[in-house]
Design a protein. Structure first.
Length: 357
């Protein structure tokens, strides 16, 4: 711990003791108390250094500590914490050291508590994993020991309010002009499209962009584990799954939401990601008049995406033979769009395959 961090920790501890003993007046704000203590104990330091101390202590008292700086940086796409000493960020599709660290594991755990508490989530030995959505739409995942061997692990995937449009994707080289025109026609014609790709390949971004081709008069229901989609249409109902409580009650799955969505008179259903037995419900819906759906799936190619949907549908365990599920798949899904990310972090649509009957 450097001298400045040590001084900040000492001032923070002193303020906590004062608050506990009610030595500080109740009308004094946290920021005022921090500034007063810094001026008293670090008067010999430069004004810029004192201001840095005030900001550092304030982040620890009411913010997210070292992560605050990273989350204020719009160029950061994802924050990855592998224990207190190793913090990485993703910028422009490439992972690099963040240049910051936590003082110790206690500071990291305190930061995790400040992230999860306002969201109604927590982690402990009985429930050492948590997945949640921050108020700005970013998705956070936390794993703590004993599951995380080297200390608490935190991943925060950023989702800016203004999602890229198809025009943006063409400008970046993710889509060609011909691909964009073709997909626009397919979406407008109510063709059911499945977007496949690996983790971080841009599946959700592409799904969100393609949703812009949906007629503004249509009623859209979105179903996601964590609400990430940001649609421009006025008539949108957003549904979000819910994990079970610590007592094991109250879980609402994607499958539950999909079944309910079919009763909500949707013109379109958008599923953030198909990853379980809801695949069978989706195929059933697509074969019973609910066409024009958009969704994503983890797969390494367009062909593998079809095989994965078949496997996920078998997880519903209703006794349907594979050939029947395959027939439902070929009749329900019209198009597979595969997007990949190369070693330089560039994302490109590499396949657009029609699904034959």
């Amino acid at each position: 711990m450097d001298a400045r961090a040590k001084l900040a920790a000492e001032i923070r501890a002193s303020l906590i003791r004062q608050r506990q003993s009610e030595a500080v007046g109740g009308d004094e704000s946290i920021a005022e108390a921090i500034r007063r203590e810094v001026e008293a104990r670090a008067a010999m330091l430069s004004e810029a250094t004192r201001e840095d101390l005030v900001e550092r202590i304030l982040r620890e008292a009411s913010g997210l500590g070292p992560l605050e700086v990273l989350l204020d940086d719009s160029s950061v796409e994802e924050v990855m914490v592998n224990g207190p000493d190793f913090v990485y960020v993703e910028r422009n599709g490439r992972i690099e050291p963040a240049g910051i660290s936590f003082e110790d594991e206690d500071q990291l755990r305190n930061t995790i508590e400040r992230i999860l508490a306002p969201l109604g989530r927590r982690v402990d030995e009985l429930s050492p994993m948590a997945d949640a959505r921050l108020p700005d739409g970013s998705r956070v995942n936390v794993v703590i020991p004993p599951l995380a061997v080297d200390g608490p692990a935190v991943s925060i995937r950023r989702f800016p309010g203004d999602r890229p449009t198809v025009e943006d994707l063409v400008g970046w080289g993710t889509l060609t002009g011909d691909q964009a025109e073709r997909l626009g026609r397919e979406v407008a014609a109510r063709r059911s499209i499945l977007i496949s790709g690996g983790t971080g390949s841009g599946k959700t971004t592409l799904l969100n962009a393609l949703s812009g081709f949906i007629d503004r008069r249509e009623r859209i229901v979105t179903i996601e584990d964590a609400a990430e989609l940001c649609l421009v249409q006025p008539h949108v109902v957003r549904l979000e799954s819910r994990p079970a409580s610590i007592e094991g009650r109250g879980e609402v799955t994607i499958r539950d939401l999909l079944r309910n969505a079919l009763r909500m008179r949707p013109d379109r259903i958008l599923i953030g990601e198909v990853r379980g037995p809801e695949a069978l419900d989706l195929l059933t819906a697509l074969n019973t008049g609910h066409d024009g759906a958009l969704s994503t799936v983890h797969a390494s190619s367009a062909r593998d995406a079809l095989a994965r949907i078949e496997v996920l549908a078998l997880m519903a365990d209703v006794g349907l033979p594979l050939n029947v599920i395959g027939e439902q798949l070929r009749r329900g899904i019209d198009l597979i769009v595969h997007i990949s990310r190369d070693g330089h972090g560039e994302r490109k649509v590499t396949e657009i395959e029609a699904v034959g009957t």
